[in-house]
Design a protein around this ligand. Structure first.
Ligand code: FES
Length: 168
């Protein structure tokens, strides 16, 4: 008849309460979930607050962005509008025709790049494609047209006069 093996010495030296150990794991997991949920809620609240503030600022200001002489036909110019770090891009289509859009792709906000020679604006992140003349999405994942910068021509100067966001 064999004897039951004796528990190793380390178990006696360092006893582990397994039930308690599992309880701590669950508690840690719940803490983690609460932390992640809290961060998510804070992020959403920040976005809502930013949008609310943006709307409250009201009509965008009129800002001179270029002159006819500073931009050749087919050339592009990146500028900030309406605020610093709101990158937009101006494209001269012909002697008298200009278009400008927000440079943020409507998919995941990558910077779009105009290709005037092809009549399109491309988003290199996921091959999004927009029409250069209208800003409407042509291909890829972007769900909406690019927000259009309203332009005003005064003499030979080009002004940004607002942003038009379009749903489709
Ligand atoms: S961010 Fe532009 S297509 Fe995805």
């Amino acid at each position: 008849m064999s004897e039951t093996p004796k528990a190793p010495q380390w178990r006696e030296d360092f006893p582990v309460d397994w039930a308690e150990d599992r309880y701590v794991e669950r508690r840690d997991f719940v803490k983690f979930l609460v932390l992640i949920s809290g961060a998510f809620v804070a992020g959403q609240a920040w976005i809502v607050a930013q949008n609310w503030l943006r709307r409250r600022r009201g009509a965008a200001e009129l800002r001179r962005i270029a002159t006819f002489d500073s931009l050749a036909v087919g050339a592009t110019l990146v500028f900030d509008y309406p605020r610093q770090h709101d990158a937009c891009v101006l494209v001269r289509l012909s002697e008298t025709e200009f278009v400008a859009y927000s440079q943020k792709c409507t998919h995941l906000s990558c910077a779009v790049i105009p290709r005037p020679e092809q009549g399109v604006i491309v988003c290199p992140c996921h091959d999004g494609l927009f029409d250069l003349k209208t800003g409407r999405q042509l291909a890829g994942p972007p769900p909406r047209p690019l927000p259009r910068v309203i332009l005003e021509i005064r003499g030979r100067e080009i002004y940004a006069a607002g942003i038009e966001t379009r749903a489709s």
